[in-house]
Write a protein that binds this ligand. Structure first.
Ligand code: IDP
Ligand code: MG
Length: 136
């Protein structure tokens, strides 16, 4: 089908630290996502700054980059029809307090900064973010 999409998902340090990788991967699989690629890495703060450059003017930018580089993360390319939107729906709202039942952030998110997962917000950014982590 023509709208088969790939998007980037990251299981963030707070969730890796709590050993939630398998539970979260199951949530993706149960929603029909295929996990095409995955790697567990720890990134440097400078890499986090590049990855989150779009947020560089935000007051939380420094803490966000410190946090994403604070421990191991699981980076995945996931695929499904309308994957970008589907992933955003499955993740839930940025602030877990606002996230709906059945979403990853409702289930596992601790706070707005420790919200367990990242997901690309557009098809264009999905391509950029997949390249960022998986360009060989
Ligand atoms: P998203 O992850 O739902 O796409 P964005 O607005 O792109 O949310 O923000 C990127 C990340 O920055 C969020 O996942 C969250 O961890 C963090 N963040 C966003 N807004 C705030 C805030 O107001 N305070 C602290 N951290 C924030
Ligand atoms: Mg975002």
């Amino acid at each position: 089908m023509s709208n088969l999409e790939q998007t980037l998902s990251i299981i963030k340090p707070d969730a890796v630290e709590r050993n939630l990788e398998n539970e979260i991967k199951e949530m993706f699989k149960n929603k029909g996502f295929s996990i095409l690629k995955e790697k567990k890495i720890k990134i440097e703060k400078s890499e986090a700054e590049k990855f989150y450059k779009v947020h560089e003017t935000k007051p939380f930018y420094n803490d966000l980059c410190t946090y994403l580089s604070s421990g191991p993360i699981l980076v995945m390319v996931i695929e499904k029809h309308n994957a970008v939107l589907g992933n955003r729906e499955l993740m839930g709202a940025t602030n877990p307090e606002d996230a709906e039942e059945g979403t990853i952030r409702k289930k596992y998110g601790i706070s707005i900064d420790k919200n367990s997962v990242h997901g690309s917000d557009s098809i264009e950014n999905a391509k950029i973010e997949i390249d960022f982590f998986f360009k060989d």
